[in-house]
Ligand binder design. Sequence first.
Ligand SMILES: Cc1cc2nc3c(=O)[nH]c(=O)nc-3n(C[C@H](O)[C@H](O)[C@H](O)COP(=O)(O)OP(=O)(O)OC[C@H]3O[C@@H](n4cnc5c(N)ncnc54)[C@H](O)[C@@H]3O)c2cc1C
Length: 497
Amino acid sequence: MSNKVSGKVYIEPQNTLSVYDECDILIVGGGAAGHTAAIAAARAGANNIILMERYGYMGGDVTGGYVIMVPKLSWYDKSFVRGIQEEWFTRLAPIPNAVLGPGLSVIGKDDDPALLDAWARIHGCISESEPKRLVRAVYYEPNELKIEMDKMLLEHKDSIRALCHCWGTKPIMEGAEVKGVIFESKEGRKAILAKTVVDATGDGDIFRRSGAPFSTLADGKTRSSTTALVWRIGGIDWALYHEWQKANPGASGALRDSLSKVAGFRCAPIASAQNDMCWINNWHNDRDCATIKDATETEMNTRDTIRDVVAYLKEACPVAFRDAFLYDIAPQLGTRGSCRLRGEYVMTANDFAFAVKHEDVIAWHSTICMINDCGPVEIPYRSILPQNVENLLAPGRHFSADNVAIDWLNLIPQCVGTGQAAGVAAAVAIADNVSVRDVDIGKVQNILIDQDVPLPRNSRVDKTYAEVCEAHDYGLYTELAGIARKEADGLKEYRQW
Ligand SMILES: Cc1cc2nc3c(=O)[nH]c(=O)nc-3n(C[C@H](O)[C@H](O)[C@H](O)COP(=O)(O)OP(=O)(O)OC[C@H]3O[C@@H](n4cnc5c(N)ncnc54)[C@H](O)[C@@H]3O)c2cc1C
């Protein structure tokens, strides 16, 4: 059978593709993970990098998806999530209304009731556990971040070639080795050859066609198996909304429940970097963002309910929403999860409950997991390293974690953190002329520390990081018997993100 339509199958004719470009490091996907990987690789000395993105801007969920809140960057008085993640906010800070959140100088503070009260109106800025203390959580303006991400790339324009509107479709394989990627664009189907490929598509678009093992959508009850289309409301007063919540205990829960009935799926208003604007986060259950049907329905069904949701808010809480109006709709689908890498290491709740130590640690992140009181967890290099396939790394929301752990790990900081490590590892592999599997992890860790990433058990890292862990029974927060219950509570509670 040649290139004929036959029943439900069409056999494509054999095709000769032109090579559009060649590089040392090809990063597919310019979201939080991929953009960070490109910047980190350039700063680690790589100078022949291509960053390929299917849309016209970088950031993925964090810019085009209007996910505008980065939680749990600190634990007690230590900011664990630093590096390029913190750099976003340092760069945006001088721009009016571009960032909002407790500053680094006040995190961990528990002795200033007025300050605690002031931040209580912004979700995630106060710890869940006692004593209540300030947590570094940052809200930002996505369009300002979009501009800043371009600026970061332009600063490295001698090392990074950014290609927009190019959709990576499959890896070029020679046996088990990835040799590049085929992509589609308005110029047709072409190839890019690369020594190392970083799959940062979020949905494993490259690794799932490479022969590397992967898992499909997480359990339908989890946060990462929900889709969204975020939109924003202007003309509101968030501070008055907070006052209304305080004066009417239980009212905001009831409002969320009613709102979800109005919409037909769970949705909730969340603060933004500006008092007169909020975003409507939403959760369409049991949806795979990498299927045509689920993606299309999420887009259409969400937009269909927007006017009703605005009308309901005006009526239910006029003090804050009287003048509310639809401000804008995110230009792209909110993609939480589809398939995940089953890498050389699969992260699980054990990593949190028992503070598992990894010699190949590449990020030491506080996150939203209640099992360890949101304390730092070690993410190993092996969790972005595929099994069976060479020259490939997979940072970002599809990295290797089981159904439960992925809900605590595919947040923005962990996508940035694994992206930064992937970029550095790829750069070291190129410099040493080895595959990413055989990279000298000690070198990678040292460069990450140079790039402001604190890592455990390293004499170059401020020892007060380790001291804060020791002082607060890090990893021993939950007794073994309580883990299952807390895990279930955690899932329920944190489906809101
Ligand atoms: C509605 C919603 C609310 C959330 N809330 C929070 C929150 O409050 N705090 C938090 O920390 N996290 C939150 N998250 C999770 C977080 O935003 C994401 O997990 C994270 O931003 C993912 O980053 P990433 O780079 O791995 O993937 P993505 O952001 O998905 O980036 C992937 C990039 O690759 C591009 N791409 C994809 N496929 C291809 C291809 N084949 N070829 C070329 N380019 C491709 C995409 O266009 C995109 O730019 C939320 C997510 C959603 C959807």
